[in-house]
Design a protein around this ligand. Structure first.
Ligand SMILES: Nc1ncnc2c1ncn2[C@@H]1O[C@H](COP(=O)(O)OP(=O)(O)O)[C@@H](O)[C@H]1O
Ligand SMILES: [Mg+2]
Length: 276
């Protein structure tokens, strides 16, 4: 069963000059993507390949020029208000930069309470209990409730954003470079947390990253995007040795020394990453 499906998505932007001299830039070309319940789909691609644009279209933050986003098989743009509310509630996002994703004047309590206040009719006391539980779940404590964003480290604030994303127990979370701004050790801790939450809650993830090491840690399936197209797909992380596209090999070699073989062996890569 697919939570979300993107069918033949095209997206282009116009840039430069005045009308007539504007250049049309095709950012996504015929992208098909199906997100099955309970899986973590890794979307790998270098900067500028169109990953975030695809994420925004999946979230219905902007429309595609052609193609359709389906939520449980129904076109998102023609959902009734009731079903659209269900979509909004069940499809959440965590962005790369936690400081830019929160209201700087809100405390952690207010940040995490916001979705609960928008979607559930709880008393103030019930909301407080839920926020407390959520912060505990992401490894923070009651003493963090009253802190403002600037009083947290990047990793801690990303935990607050994750608590906000899971507050409504969504079906799908889109994580766009969600650990890319963090130090390696903090990245590993957040990835462990996300993997644990996925197991406990059964949430589906679309995990977008330019870093194969991150996706090797968390993804169940891998897609490779290059210049707005999906150029490689594997249903299991054990099958990456079938990937031969130059864009994939380049991304691997950008984080790891060239391997002594033409086609990378994913198990070997995993071992090397674990050893670091
Ligand atoms: N709102 C926009 N207006 C114009 N161009 C955009 C816009 N958003 C993205 N682009 C362009 O689309 C391309 C893909 O961007 P993006 O989806 O952010 O890639 P990625 O997330 O893989 O780095 C880039 O060339 C970027 O400049
Ligand atoms: Mg991006």
């Amino acid at each position: 069963m697919n939570v979300l499906e993107l069918k033949k998505i095209d997206k282009s932007y116009r840039r430069g000059g005045f009308w007539g001299t504007q250049e049309k830039r095709e950012v996504l070309k015929g992208v098909d993507l199906a997100l099955q319940m309970g899986t973590c789909v890794g979307l790998l691609g270098r900067s500028g390949s169109g990953k975030s644009t695809l994420g925004r279209i999946a979230l219905n933050l902007e429309p595609p020029n052609a193609g359709e986003v389906l939520y449980h098989g129904q076109a998102v743009r023609s959902l009734s208000p009731k079903h659209y509310k269900d979509f909004r509630r069940n499809v959440q996002v965590v962005f790369q930069n936690p400081l830019g994703s929160v209201n700087p004047r809100f405390t952690a309590q207010q940040i995490v309470a916001e979705p609960l206040e928008n979607f559930e009719s709880l008393s103030a006391a019930q909301t407080k209990t839920r926020v407390n539980d959520l912060l505990e779940r992401v490894g923070l404590s009651a003493s963090d409730l009253c802190k403002y964003p600037h009083q947290f480290s990047g990793g801690e604030l990303q935990r607050v954003c994750i608590a906000r994303a899971i507050a409504l127990n969504p079906k799908l979370i889109i994580l766009d470079e969600a650990v890319s701004s963090l130090d390696m050790l903090v990245q590993l801790k957040i990835l462990d947390l996300l993997a644990q939450l996925k197991n406990e809650l059964g949430t589906t993830y679309l995990f977008i990253s330019h870093d194969i090491r991150v996706l090797l840690k968390i993804a169940d399936r891998l897609l490779v995007m290059h210049e707005g197209q999906l150029v490689e797909q594997a249903d299991s992380m054990d099958h990456l040795n079938a990937f031969t596209h130059a864009a994939f090999l380049e991304l691997i070699h950008s984080v790891l020394p060239p391997l002594p073989m033409a086609i990378p062996d994913p198990q070997d890569i995993t071992r090397r990453v674990d050893a670091n």
